[in-house]
Design a protein around this ligand. Structure first.
Ligand code: G3H
Ligand code: 13P
Ligand code: ZN
Length: 305
């Protein structure tokens, strides 16, 4: 069933588990996300970035909404990194049940102002809202506290932000970053900061940049002719820990991009005569499903729907 973000994330925060928010750009990705969620009895969030809205538009939103409506588990359709009031309202008009307004690169006051406008409009229509405070980016473990404080989310500021905006869930900067290169070795996550923010705020917290970039997938990518450097993601154990302390929405895009490309590369390499799209995109869907299944297991959302 199609539900709001709050319907999924409030129970997750209370139950101390995380829910995957997976980015989609086409039908196969959407099917992999929702059908895996059904198989595992897990709630799930399907998200479209503004780039995905541009690429797939209402056609893609309708595919998500249709599969979600018929699904036997709760599914929300979320706008990822909405950059403006107009963009958030447009998503609501398209049928999204959750929107992010990301004004985190503006000043605190401007971020509050933009977020509050979106919250007022979205709440009037029963739609829940995510906002972000702090700047995403990898940190080295040995970096001094002052430097971390310069861009990671300040706990007191987070409380003031939520008080002033009435936002439903909050993305916090804790050391994660977008993409396939999140640092060296095991990327540093500021668990103490999550604990502190989780103690001060009862609303669901959001971790962006949470792909695991599994070594098995990057190796298969290379083995099938792809080129990728020292790619590294967030360790499963670190995400598991984060979900115990308030992280309820866990954003994953890179892992599905890699998985789908691996599926396509492997089949094209193994069967050069193949040109039936179902034989090409079908295996990609399978590889994505495995990644999603693993992530849902790590986050603890399996069996929660
Ligand atoms: O956080 C960004 C997501 O990975 C979406 O990326 O804007 O290229 O669709 P995109
Ligand atoms: P990854 O690049 O780690 O998949 O993060 C995606 C994300 O945060 C989307 O908002
Ligand atoms: Zn993000």
């Amino acid at each position: 069933m199609l539900v709001t973000g709050n319907d999924i994330l409030i129970p997750a925060r209370e139950g101390k588990y995380g829910v995957g928010a997976f980015n989609t750009n086409n039908m196969e990705i959407t099917q992999a996300i929702i059908h895996t969620a059904e198989r595992l009895r897990s709630p799930v969030i399907v998200q479209m970035s503004e780039g995905a809205v541009k690429y797939g538009g209402q056609d893609l939103a309708n595919i998500v909404i249709d599969i979600a409506t018929r699904a036997t588990v709760p599914v929300a359709l979320h706008l990822d990194h909405g950059s403006s009031y107009a963009s958030a309202l447009n998503a609501i008009k398209m049928g999204f049940t959750s929107v992010m307004i990301d004004a985190s690169h503006h000043s605190f006051q401007e971020n509050v102002h933009e977020t509050r406008r979106v919250v007022e409009a979205a709440h009037a229509m029963g739609i829940s809202v995510e906002a972000e405070i702090g700047r995403l980016g990898g940190v080295e473990e040995h970096v001094v506290v002052d430097e971390k404080d310069a861009f990671l989310t300040d706990p007191e500021e987070a409380v003031a932000f939520v008080d002033q905006t009435n936002v439903d869930y909050l993305a916090i900067a804790i050391g994660t970053s977008h993409g396939a290169y999140k640092g060296k070795g095991r990327p540093y996550i500021d668990q103490a900061r999550i604990v502190r923010i989780g103690e001060l705020l009862g609303i669901p917290l959001v971790a962006h940049g949470s792909s695991g970039v599994p070594a098995e997938i990057t190796q298969r990518f290379r083995d099938s002719g792809g080129e990728i450097g020292e790619a590294v993601g967030i360790a499963d154990e670190d995400l598991r820990e984060a979900c115990k302390h308030g992280i309820a929405k866990v954003n994953v895009d890179t892992d599905l991009r890699l998985a789908s490309t691996v599926g396509i590369r492997e089949i094209l390499q193994a069967s050069p005569k193949e040109f039936d799209p179902r034989k090409i995109f079908g295996p990609a869907r399978e590889v994505m499903s495995k990644i999603i299944e693993h992530k849902m297991g790590v986050l603890g959302s399996v069996g929660k729907a």
